[in-house]
Ligand binder design. Sequence first.
Ligand code: NAD
Ligand code: UGA
Length: 479
Amino acid sequence: MTISIKNICCIGAGYVGGPTMSVIAKKCPEIIVNVVDINIKRINKWNNNDFEKLPIYEPGLGEIVKECRDKNLFFSTELEKHIKSADMVFISVNTPTKRKGLGAGKASDLKWVETCARQVAKYAKGYTIVVEKSTLPVKTAEVIQNILNASQPLNNKEKKTFDVLSNPEFLAEGTAVKDLENPDRVLIGGESKYAINALSSIYEKWVPRTKILHTNIWSSELAKLTANAFLAQRISSINSISALCESTGADVREVSRAIGTDTRIGSKFLDSGPGFGGSCFKKDILNLVYLSNYFGLKEVANFWEEVVELNIWHQKRISRLIVSKLFGTVRGKKIGILGFSFKANTNDTRESSAISICKDLLEEGAFLNIHDPRVESKQIELDLNLKQHDFINSQRIYENNSEEGVWTFSDTIYGVFESADAVIILTEWHEYSLIKWKDVSSKMRKPSWIFDTRSVINPLKFKGTDLNLWRIGDGSLTN
Ligand code: NAD
Ligand code: UGA
């Protein structure tokens, strides 16, 4: 028998909870979807009437929120009320790496998940299906189930029952709506057929049944960590080869194309860049490393840890290379930064390679002028842990020969080229591929450098400028 779900509550209105629930609301107009969060500012932004100002930027998301909000999609802080009325509760809260104590630096901090489980235990009524949407270490479902089981009221009339399912999310930021509307697969792990069918029936409204995979709960939890580890491993692999290309005269784009045509390898996730960023790859691999060590599998742990180590080395390699091309010093030099988000089409900067590369250059005393079409300057201040310089006066900085690096925000792309010694492309925003290199060349101080870490520049269009070019993994550039 399949129960029909009428009322969903999702705890966590972030990069996963917001888009996922919006798409469910769109595809299932008969279901009431309440997204709740403790962060009132975030909720207010979800309720903003200017759909350009939602708290997260995702192509296509504004249209869906516009269509469904206040019909069957609601954003609020009323956790108790909406857990009480829900047949199904999704837990979609943050699971960052633990900073202190046992497993610090590797294990996931399950504080937020545990709090959610306690809230569900306290407020739920009757039978409730609890769905793990957050990425969680293997066996977390057991923790959630234990907390829920311990919540029975003494009064037997108000007996609560729960089933816990794992339903990890595979969306990528920047393509979240597309990924949710047309997923490669939907993974549901659990024991209760009844609960699995209830959750499947929601996805079946738009996802073919053959793409909905049912597994045991531990396989589902582990499959999510493994998927991210495999994807990140491909990026570290190709980034390691980019360094070799630069030393040997090969071109990493040609190498990627050549290996990607092998159907056993496939062409996706072979773009060399400034190193992978985003809130999940590093965190999820370190989680896998922690689990492997916990189970005494040192070699397995070391294998996966190397993927993260290579990523850190690769980011540092780029910073060092920039300084070295600029005669070994960037102190007081003006360097334009194009792109601060961890990839294009998102305003998310978590673990962005831009943070580590900019921090390295600031440490060396550079004057950075940063542009990003979606990231706000307030966010950059937080990420760099440095207030924006309030007065752009490059001359003064040259004269003072200041030891302190400074940064300022540029509202325009062309602004970053003004008297710059170098410009570094760190995010592959489409607008950067439209830059007219001959036009910007005259604005820069000579000799000037362009560092393209994202293969945004078409070298043919670059020809004829008096700019020096460095591209990731391009061994043909000898200057
Ligand atoms: P996020 O930080 O953007 O959002 C989490 C939200 O949960 C925050 O708004 C926070 O205020 C809220 N929250 C925390 N505790 C709460 C509580 N007790 N009650 C109510 N609200 C609470 O995180 P995210 O990027 O959406 O990621 C969520 C989970 O999904 C993580 O486990 C992550 O690994 C996983 N994931 C993320 C992505 C992605 O692209 N970002 C993709 C797949 C999976
Ligand atoms: C990634 C996965 O792709 C999703 O399936 C997963 O759900 C999600 O993590 C998660 O669990 O959070 P996301 O981090 O949003 O999604 O974005 P990706 O497209 O995977 O990019 C991650 C990083 O790798 C970015 O910095 C990107 O620029 C970089 N990347 C990606 C490359 O350097 N080269 C590539 O070929 C692909």
